[in-house]
Design a protein. Structure first.
Ligand SMILES: *Cc1c(COP(=O)(O)O)cnc(C)c1O
Ligand code: SF4
Length: 466
């Protein structure tokens, strides 16, 4: 978007009505006098004044929200009282990943709470400029596993397609920060063409995950161009969209968008709610519209220190998500991307969270906790141990309460090929049987790392013997 468009869209909010009600004039609404509920957004001060100044029509217009994003320390100073050192900090950390907070998402910040989970996801901190020894620019090797720019093909049957680097809001914990927000714009049609060509000539890809950046920052037309081209590829069975828009810009979910999306079923959408405070009536409304369009919704949270690293927060979040027809799908361990070490927890925290979910609440509210392997190994599920011991006749398990129980294996515990599965077996691609299945099917006796000292020693013996 051009800077003039940006300027003119913002002009109305710079009027005297909007700016006089600055933070020090922030009047606590009456509910503030009670103990604030966890889910009660701190909509006080500047943002409500801005909202009434621009009117509901602008406020509910996603393009206005996008154009009016808070991107500088000066703008942020209108929303929150910033000390001089805070604004210096902010300017420094903005060099690592741009800031852009929709007025809607900013309205959820509790200006009086320095620990506010919305604030921490949206506003840069000086810690982002610190690079830990273990930090990596591209920890998941998304660029290494990329046959053409904008596409990562890691798993046998699916790929991710990065259609834009623009997001509704730039999350301070973003793992793809080497890419997100670099240009704040959509990928060029030529590059999209190259990605489509790759997908079309790679028939084993049956699932394409459209992501970015955030694909829902594209206009309906541009997004439809991507979806319709994918649908035209006969080997693509399902399309998925990964987006944070329902969380940070719910007004983007319009009737027209839903009418367009439902033409491309089977289409799945995964969103990223990280904290119950994000589950506002607006966000719930956006999810309801998508669900009503027949789109199954999943949630992928990121485990973030000081934001949601608590089993009770996740229990509450996931239960409420089910109420919004959003199925918790993954909890991600925070990656080794640069400048986000302050958001990282121990892996054990994720295990603990699953411990508090499984059995304690609906199974539908229990996602898979995954560590995305540094070096491009993909997602590795990690969970509490439920199998305590086993013999050839019995397996000893423990349940969520810590009760030990024993399962007696059947006398005849061998499965036999049924014949009906033979055809499926014959048709499956060799890469489907890599790893453990290779060992199971007797196609290998062992799997060894590429560089093994034992191998080098053997080679040396052979050479010495010649
Ligand atoms: C996460 C991811 C996918 C999708 O993984 P699922 O487990 O199928 O949701 C695909 N490709 C890449 C590169 C990914 O990181
Ligand atoms: S929406 Fe996703 S890609 Fe964009 S900044 Fe947030 S985490 Fe990163």
């Amino acid at each position: 978007m051009s800077s003039t468009a940006k300027r003119s869209a913002k002009e109305p909010n710079r009027g005297p009505e909007a700016s006089k009600d600055l933070p020090e004039g922030e009047k606590p609404p009456s509910s503030r006098t009670k103990t604030p509920l966890l889910h009660e957004p701190g909509r006080a001060g500047y943002i409500p004044a801005l909202r009434s100044a621009v009117g509901e029509e602008h406020w509910n217009d996603w393009r206005w929200q996008l154009q009016s994003r808070i991107t500088t320390a000066e703008e942020l100073g209108r929303v929150l009282p910033l000390s001089r050192s805070e604004s210096v900090t902010l300017r420094k950390s903005l060099n690592t990943l741009r800031m852009a907070i929709t007025p809607y998402y900013a309205s959820l910040i509790d200006g009086k709470d320095p620990q506010c989970p919305i604030r921490k996801q949206a506003i840069p901190s000086l810690q982002e400029t610190l690079i830990a020894p273990s930090d990596l620019l591209d920890p998941l090797h998304e660029d290494v596993d990329s046959p053409v720019p904008g596409l990562t093909h890691r798993y046998p049957d699916r790929c991710i397609l990065l259609v834009t680097d623009q997001c509704g809001m730039y999350c301070r914990h973003c793992t793809r920060r080497r890419f997100a927000g670099q240009n704040d714009q959509a990928r060029s049609p030529e590059q999209i063409d190259a990605c489509m060509d790759y997908i079309a000539r790679t028939p084993e890809i049956r699932d394409v995950l459209v992501t970015g950046g955030d694909p829902l920052t594209l206009s309906d037309d541009r997004l439809e161009a991507v979806l319709s081209r994918l649908r035209a590829i006969p080997t693509v069975e399902i399309i998925r969209i990964g987006t944070r828009i329902p969380v940070v810009l719910p007004m983007r979910i319009t009737g027209e968008l839903c009418a367009m999306l439902k033409k491309y079923h089977p289409l799945w959408i995964n969103v990223q709610f990280n904290h119950p405070k994000e589950l506002t009536p607006e966000a719930a409304g956006a999810c309801a519209m998508l669900a009503d369009a027949g789109i199954p919704l999943g949630n992928q949270s990121v485990l973030l220190k000081g934001i949601n690293d608590c089993p009770y927060i996740f229990r509450d979040l996931n239960r409420r998500l089910l109420g919004m027809r959003v199925r918790p799908y993954y909890i991600y361990q925070c990656d080794l991307s640069r400048g986000i070490e302050h958001f990282r927890t121990a892996i054990g925290k994720g295990v603990e969270i699953i411990e508090y979910l499984r059995g304690h609440t609906s199974g539908l509210a229990v996602p898979t906790f995954v560590v995305d392997a540094p070096g491009g190994g993909g997602k590795i599920p990690v969970m509490p141990n439920y199998v305590l011991s086993s013999s050839d006749r019995k397996t000893v398990l423990r349940n969520f309460e810590g009760v030990l129980c024993v399962y007696s294996e059947p006398e005849d515990n061998r499965s036999r090929c049924l014949g009906s599965c033979k055809e499926l077996c014959r048709r499956s691609a060799p890469e489907d049987r890599e790893g453990i299945p290779r060992l199971f099917e007797g196609n290998a006796l062992s799997i060894e790392p590429k560089e093994l000292h034992r191998d080098r020693r053997r080679t040396k013996w052979r050479r010495d013997g010649e």
